[in-house]
Each structure stands twice: as C-alpha cells, then as structure tokens.
Design a protein around this ligand. Structure first.
Ligand code: ADP
Ligand code: MG
Length: 342
C-alpha cells in the first residue's frame, strides 16, 4: 500500500482515543477550560450519565467570535506560543487537542460571549467533520459547551461505556477533584435535571472545610489536621486525617501540584512513608494536599490524560513532603492538643 495523509477527522478520532476515555474525561477537559478562562462560577448539567448530554457553563473570559472555529481545530490554543511558555505553563491545558478530539466523537456546540463583545456567538458540529459559520446567540459573558451523544459515530467505543450509574459516578468523582482544587470558584452539578450539589465560593478556611465536609463527609473533617508549611520555595498545605481515620482503600487521597491533581509515584511514596509508623499494615491514609512550587521545577507535559508530573529535583520534593507530614503527625499523637492554626 502507498502512503497517504490521514483526514483531519480521523486524526482527531485517533487522538480522542487518548484524551476521551469516557464521559468523565470530557467533563474534566471542559471544566479545566473554564478554569483556564478565569471563571468564578461553573455549572455542570449531565443527562444519562453523560452519554446523552454533558453541558458546562461558565462566566469566564469567553472566546472571541473570530476564534470560535479555531477552538475546534487541532493544535490551536490561546495558552502558549513558545517553548519557554510551555516550560512555565500554569494553565491546565496547552495542547489545543481536547475540543477537536471531543468534537470528532460527539455532537458539540460552543456558545460564547467574550469580554468586551456586545453579543454571543455559537458554533456547532456533528462528529467534528464540518461546522457551519458561527451564528449569533443570546449568551451572557462566558462560555457554554454542550457535548451530546458521545461516541455516537464510533460504535466500538460506545460499547465500552458502562451503565448510567457507573459513568455518572466517575463524573461526580472527577468534579469533586476539580472542586477541591479551586475554592475560589463555585461549582454546581445536576444529573437528569436534579441537583446533585452546589458549592459556594469558599475563601475562608472555615468555608473551605465546609466544602471538604460536603464532598468527603463530616467524618473526614472531624479527624483532620490542617497544615500550612513553607520551606525553600516549596509550600505544602491542606488537610490530613489522623491515623484513626485510616481507610481500607486508597480512596480519599487528593494531591495537587500547582493546582493540578496528580497521582504520582514519588508523591504517594513520600506520603505513605510519613504515615508508615502510625498506620496499621494494609490501611491507607486520607488526605487533601496542595504542593506549590516554581513551575520551572516541575514538568507537566508528560501525558495528555495521565495524572503524572516530573519534578526537576525529585529527592528534594520527596524529602520535603515526607518531613513535613512526619512532623505534623508526630505533633498530633493521641493525647496531645491539636493546634489547628499550624
Ligand atoms: P487547550 O485547553 O489545550 O488550549 P482545548 O481544545 O481544550 O485546548 O481548547 C482550545 C481553545 O479554546 C483554548 O485554548 C481556549 O482559547 C478556547 N476555550 C475552550 N474552552 C473555553 C472556555 N470555556 N472559555 C474560554 N475559552 C475557551
Ligand atoms: Mg483544554
């Protein structure tokens, strides 16, 4: 056979295999875009576990009408323009891949009104093949992306979708992770037109703990230690549950690096080692932790969908996480007063 260049739609569908595993991965991409657009309010509506509809509405900066179609084309992004910017990138996205990939396996529309524009505009596409010119649309400042009939044109992938309940469970988990990453943003979630949760802005630690209790249960919060430590350009803050609140599964472990949820070997190892002396074998710690460091010290460009990062100085990061948590746990051994301000 001779060599041929693949058509754009097929290229996007192949990329969708990496980026769009299931409805929850679509949700992640859309909400991350809203966060990157500086939204302070994000509303999510789901129908039939996301198979029928995933809608994300935000009050962010919006998309310029002339850029609307570009948003749906491959490798088009407003977030970086040079390699240097990639090395210090602080936005969640930067590949310009998500929207074209999602569009290629669904019916997608974007309605948006950008800051400074007098009206909103909408573009829609069926399977990302062709899309019509943007049409005027009544939309307040911000953006609404609707993804309908996910995988309708890729039957093999549609078969991998689980029940409505399972897929919605993944969506809820995903939105929880995102909601714990940004207390300065309000979130709401509905499923089949019924409200699942509404999370108001949470600037103060007390409000943040209310969000935490709402999402992880009051049991976690009652047994939690709040920490906030900084050393040599590294900061670790958040909440760890006392050893009495250990879990039989590693199901309450949230770790964010510069605002991005990660599931990283080095990080997990450092935390586990800190808990080693205080937890019984086979028990897992519960925590919500935020590590912040200079973006130049961490490479986020590892894999489009995996929660991996690479630290420039892994040993230093490991040591800092381990020592900080070890100290916090040692300070709060049973029988001692807990100082909630440290
Ligand atoms: P990336 O996020 O990697 O740039 P995407 O395919 O997710 O790529 O999005 C493409 C572009 O569309 C973004 O760079 C951004 O300019 C624009 N965009 C997408 N969603 C939104 C949104 N909710 N608000 C404002 N702009 C958006
Ligand atoms: Mg994106």
């Amino acid at each position: 056979m001779r060599i041929q260049a693949l058509p754009a739609q097929l290229i996007n569908q192949i990329a969708a295999g990496e980026v769009v595993e299931r409805p929850a991965s679509v949700l992640k991409e859309l909400v991350e875009n809203s966060l990157d657009a500086g939204a302070s309010r994000i509303e999510v509506d789901i129908e039939q576990g996301g198979a029928k509809l995933i809608r994300v509405r935000d009050n962010g900066a919006g998309i310029h009408p002339e850029d609307l179609r570009l948003a749906l084309s491959r490798h088009a992004t407003s977030k970086i323009t040079t390699l240097e910017e990639l090395e210090r990138v602080s936005s969640m996205g930067f590949r310009g891949e998500a929207l074209p990939s999602i569009a290629s396996v669904s019916r997608l529309s974007i309605a948006s009104r950008a800051t400074g524009q007098e009206s909103g505009w909408i573009v829609s596409s069926d399977g990302g093949d062709r899309f019509a010119d943007p049409a005027p649309s009544a939309h307040p400042q911000g953006t609404t992306v609707e993804v309908r009939d996910l995988f309708y044109n890729t039957p093999a992938r549609r078969k991998f979708m689980r029940t409505e309940k399972t897929e919605f469970g993944h969506i809820e988990t995903q939105l929880k992770r995102l909601a714990l990453s940004r207390f300065d943003v309000s979130f709401s979630l509905s499923h089949n037109r019924k409200e699942v949760f509404t999370l108001p802005l949470a600037d103060q630690v007390m409000e943040q703990e209310r969000r935490l209790a709402g999402l992880l249960g009051s049991g976690f919060l009652e047994q939690t230690i709040h920490l906030d430590r900084e050393q040599a350009g590294l900061a670790l803050r958040g909440w760890v549950a006392r050893p009495v609140f250990s879990r039989s599964q590693a199901d309450m472990q949230y770790f964010y690096v510069n605002g991005r949820m990660v599931r990283d070997k080095l990080v997990t190892h450092a935390v586990r080692q800190a808990f080693q002396d205080v937890l019984f074998h086979g028990r897992h710690p519960a925590y919500v932790l935020y590590l912040d460091l200079d973006p130049l010290q961490v490479d986020v460009n590892v894999h489009p969908a995996k929660h991996e990062v690479r630290f420039r100085d892994g040993r230093m990061v490991h040591g800092f996480i381990y020592r900080t948590l070890h100290q916090v746990l040692a300070d709060t051994r049973p029988g001692q007063e807990v100082d909630r301000s440290t």
